[in-house]
Unconditional design. Structure first.
Lengths: 173, 205
C-alpha cells in the first residue's frame, strides 16, 4: 500500500512528542498506519469511533480530566463533526488538535472524495479555526508541536491538514 | 415517575463523582437541587454528553463518572452507545431520562399543542438499544424505587451500566441557572482534580 509508513511514523512521533495520550480515530486509507501505531502503543489510549463527532466529546472529557488528545479524521469526518465543534469546542473553549486528511484535492483519483475537498479550508476559515498544511517531512515535528501549543494556549481547535505529498507515495511506474 | 425525584434520590451520592448532564430540564432540575462544581452542564451539542463522559472515564479510571442523558439526546448519538460498549469503562454510569418528547427544545409546548415526540413514544426501547449496542448491564425502570435501586447500584458498581428511566414529560419548575457556561467549564476540571486528590490521599471514594 503506497501510504507512507515513514511519514506516518513521523506524524505519530510528533503527536507523542507534543504530549498526546489519547487519540480518537475513524480510519481512511491515509490514516491506516497512524491508527495502527496508536493501537500498538501501550502508552496511548486509542478510541475507535462510530462517527467523528463523538471524538469532539471524548476529547472534551479527556481535556477536563487533564489529558492531551488528537483527533484523526478525514475531511469528510471534519464536515460531519461541525455541530460538535461549534456547540461544544468553540462554545466552551476546548482545545482540539484536528489531524485531517485533505482528500479531494489536486491529484485525487477517487471521484467520491472530490466534493468535500473543495470547501474543507473555507469551512475551517468560516469557523475561525487556525489551520496549516502538513506536506513535507521536515516540517512535521515543528508544526505539530506548534499546533498543540496554540490549541492549548488559545483553548480552541487547531487543524493540521495532512497532504497527499506527505501521506501518499506513488508506486514506481 | 418524575425526573426531579429521580435526581433527588441519587443527589447525595453524586458528591464525589464527575457528573455530566445534558441541557434543559435535566440541567435545570439538577441545578435546583444545589449546584456543585463537579457538575458539568452541557448546554448544547445534543448527543455528546455520553461521549464527554467516556473521555473523562478513560482518562480518569479512578473517578466515577455519571452521565445524565435524555431520550432526545441519546437518539442523536446512537453510535456513541456502541463506542461506550466497546471500551466499557468500569467507572462510567449512563442514566437516561426518557420522557418520550423533545421537551426542552420546544417539543413540549404547553397549551394543548401537539408535542414533538421522540421515537421512544412509538416503541423504540433505549435499554434494548443499549443492550444491542453491547452494554451488558442496561435496564429500563418505570418507578422511583426501581430507579433509585438501579442507579445507586450502578454508581456503587464496577461495571459500565445504563439505566433508562421512563419519566413524565413535565417542564421543570424553573429553567433558572445562575452559573455561566464558561464559569462551569473552568470550575469543573478543578473539581475533578480535587476528586483526584481525595482519592490519592485515601479519602472517601
Amino acid at each position: 500500500m503506497p501510504v507512507s509508513v515513514t511519514n506516518s511514523e513521523l506524524v505519530y512521533d510528533a503527536l507523542k512528542g507534543s504530549g498526546v495520550r489519547l487519540i480518537s480515530a475513524l480510519p481512511e486509507t491515509w490514516l491506516v498506519h497512524l491508527v495502527r501505531l496508536a493501537d500498538q502503543d501501550r502508552d496511548m489510549i486509542l478510541v475507535r469511533l462510530a462517527k467523528e463527532e463523538e471524538g469532539i466529546g471524548i476529547s472534551t472529557g479527556a481535556h477536563f480530566a487533564g489529558l492531551r488528545t488528537a483527533l484523526l479524521m478525514q475531511n469528510h469526518g471534519f464536515l460531519q463533526s461541525i455541530n460538535g465543534i461549534a456547540s461544544l469546542a468553540l462554545l466552551y473553549k476546548i482545545p482540539l488538535l484536528l489531524m485531517i486528511t485533505d482528500r479531494g484535492t489536486m491529484g485525487e483519483r477517487d471521484p467520491w472524495q472530490t466534493e468535500g475537498g473543495k470547501y474543507t479550508r473555507r469551512t475551517l476559515d468560516a469557523l475561525n479555526i487556525v489551520r496549516d498544511d502538513l506536506a513535507r517531512p521536515e516540517e512535521v515535528r515543528g508544526k505539530v508541536a506548534k499546533a498543540m501549543a496554540l490549541a492549548q494556549s488559545s483553548l480552541s481547535p487547531v487543524a493540521l491538514l495532512l497532504q497527499r505529498d506527505l501521506m501518499w507515495e506513488e508506486p514506481a511506474a | 415517575m418524575k425526573r426531579i425525584d429521580c435526581l433527588q434520590s441519587i443527589y447525595p451520592r453524586l458528591e464525589d463523582c464527575a457528573v455530566v448532564t445534558i441541557m434543559g430540564a435535566v440541567a435545570a432540575e439538577l441545578y435546583s437541587l444545589g449546584h456543585r462544581p463537579n457538575f458539568f452542564y452541557l448546554e448544547h451539542a445534543m448527543g455528546l454528553a455520553s461521549s464527554i463522559g467516556l473521555g473523562i472515564a478513560l482518562a480518569r479510571p479512578d473517578c466515577k463518572v455519571v452521565v445524565l442523558d435524555g431520550d432526545g439526546s441519546v437518539l442523536m448519538n446512537l453510535g456513541g452507545l456502541t463506542t461506550l460498549a466497546r471500551y466499557a469503562p468500569r467507572n462510567l454510569v449512563h442514566l437516561v431520562f426518557d420522557n418520550q418528547v423533545l421537551l426542552s427544545v420546544g417539543g413540549g409546548a404547553p397549551g394543548g399543542h401537539q408535542w414533538f415526540t421522540t421515537a421512544t413514544s412509538t416503541g423504540t426501547d433505549l435499554a434494548a438499544v443499549a443492550r444491542g449496542a453491547g452494554i451488558r448491564r442496561a435496564q429500563l425502570v418505570e418507578d422511583l424505587d426501581d430507579f433509585t435501586e438501579a442507579a445507586l447500584d450502578a454508581i456503587r458498581g464496577d461495571e459500565l451500566a445504563c439505566v433508562v428511566a421512563r419519566v413524565e414529560a413535565e417542564m421543570p419548575a424553573s429553567f433558572h441557572m445562575d452559573v455561566h457556561m464558561l464559569e462551569n467549564r473552568f470550575e469543573f476540571p478543578r473539581a475533578l482534580q480535587r476528586i483526584q486528590a481525595k482519592t490519592a490521599t485515601g479519602g472517601r471514594t
